[in-house]
Ligand binder design. Structure first.
Ligand SMILES: Cc1cc2nc3c(=O)[nH]c(=O)nc-3n(C[C@H](O)[C@H](O)[C@H](O)COP(=O)(O)OP(=O)(O)OC[C@H]3O[C@@H](n4cnc5c(N)ncnc54)[C@H](O)[C@@H]3O)c2cc1C
Length: 383
């Protein structure tokens, strides 16, 4: 269920192992290929996409970054990834581009991928033969499955269909959101800049050599109508500006406010239905982990399903939830750590500010602290 990164990568991994699947998606292909979301791929994510044969354009057009900059008290400090992590890097490549490549690869396999399905209902997953009922092009269809992979994101039907009491929910709301824009302007810096500022956090990122992605910390209930383009550029200039550095402006092509929360359900399974990606966990975007976690989940799930189909061995599937939750909680902690270090707390006081500055200066002056941030950012190989 779901043709986001989790569903599409899982379907492709299963295809490569000779296992049939049907991918059901409620949105249109057009919508998915233009939905702007994440953009930072860990080394392991980029390597996996390459290894499964969908990395050609990613390698051609993706921007390989060897570090990030942290800015506070009017200075920038660089965290160098390769020297701190044994040569690991990140690649900046928009999620919608990853999805485009995966949809093309799926269609090429000629295995089913159905867009714009309606009235989806899952059931029987505590039996040996779960079912999915849905509508497609005016027809009502019932699928009998061996397994269901609930890759249908944070508002999907799979998690919601699990009986009450079977899952434990862990959740945290943050008292801020990000106002994000895409601008037709060349990036003003080669790498991402994470800026801690008394007016709130700001992030300079990019999607390509001609498109900049920029974010401002705002209130969760912020009204976009109060943010005409000039106000956004002024505020970005204030929070990111430094003497001798220019923020490139350009036409704003997309604008949105995204709330920030942490959310995990345990276990990520109910009978023969497995949850993967955002359907089971959400992280605030400060650590750039959402898309990477989704891919890491289905990599483990595909191995478990392959063992079951190839020789009836269900032990890896039984361990699925426990195995992936270790990485999920590591990423939850890292995302919380980055968020808490970099955002101004609305009800914070001078003591909070001093603690944040002490943490920032520790990360930028101690090689061990910097290495800890770097290895989490590029993605831990073993968790
Ligand atoms: C606005 C926004 C901005 C983000 N920005 C960042 C960022 O900057 N950095 C970062 O790391 N992460 C970011 N994320 C998180 C990241 O995009 C997600 O973690 C990632 O998309 C997870 O992939 P997924 O496949 O699990 O879920 P999704 O990408 O959400 O895919 C789930 C799919 O299931 C489909 N679906 C839902 N319900 C049904 C149904 N009933 N039937 C069939 N299909 C269904 C949906 O249409 C969707 O295509 C952002 C998320 C959002 C929402």
């Amino acid at each position: 269920m779901g043709a986001g990164p989790a569903g599409l990568v899982l379907a492709h991994l299963l295809h490569l192992k000779g296992i049939d699947s049907v991918v059901l998606e409620s949105q249109s292909r057009e919508y998915l290929e233009h939905r702007v979301r994440a953009g930072v791929l860990e080394q392991g994510t980029a390597d996996l996409l390459d290894a499964i044969g969908v990395g050609d354009r990613l390698r051609r057009e993706g921007l390989v970054h060897e570090g990030i900059e942290l800015q506070f008290e009017g200075e920038r400090h660089r965290i160098d990834f390769p020297s701190l992590t044994g040569g690991r890097r990140i690649t900046v490549y928009g999620q919608q581009e990853v999805v485009k490549d995966l949809i093309a690869a799926r269609l090429e396999t000629e295995r089913p991928l159905l867009f714009e399905v309606t009235d989806v209902a899952v059931g029987g997953f505590e039996s040996d033969s779960p079912t999915i009922r849905f509508g497609h092009e005016g027809e009502k269809i019932e699928l009998r499955c061996d397994f269901i992979a609930g890759c249908d994101g944070s508002h999907g039907v799979c998690r919601e269909s699990i009986p009450e009491g079977a899952l434990t929910v862990f959740e945290r709301e943050y008292p801020f959101a990000w106002l994000g824009i895409l601008a037709a302007a060349p990036p003003s810096n080669d790498e991402l800049i994470y800026a801690y500022h008394e007016r709130g956090f700001a992030l300079h990122s990019m999607r390509s050599p001609t498109v900049t992605r920029l974010y401002l910390q705002v209130r969760p209930d912020e009204d976009l109508d109060e943010w005409p383009d000039e106000r956004i550029w002024d505020e970005l200039e204030r929070r990111l500006g430094l003497e001798g550095w220019t923020l490139n402006n350009g036409e704003i092509t997309e604008k949105g406010v995204t709330g920030m929360r942490s959310f995990v359900v345990e276990p990520m399974q109910c009978g023969r239905m497995f949850l993967a990606g955002d359907s089971a966990h959400i992280v605030p975007p400060t650590g750039a982990k959402g898309l990477n976690l989704a891919v890491a989940d289905v990599r483990v799930l595909a191995e478990g399903l392959a063992a079951w189909f190839e020789n009836g061995d269900g032990s890896a599937l039984e361990r699925y939830s426990a195995d992936v939750l270790r990485r999920v909680w590591r990423a939850e902690h890292f995302s919380w750590f980055m968020t808490s270090m970099l955002h101004r707390l609305e009800d914070g006081d001078a003591f909070d500010v001093k603690l944040q500055l002490a943490q920032l200066s520790y990360v930028c002056s101690s090689e061990r602290a910097a290495a800890s941030l770097a290895e989490n950012y590029v993605g831990l190989e073993h968790v």
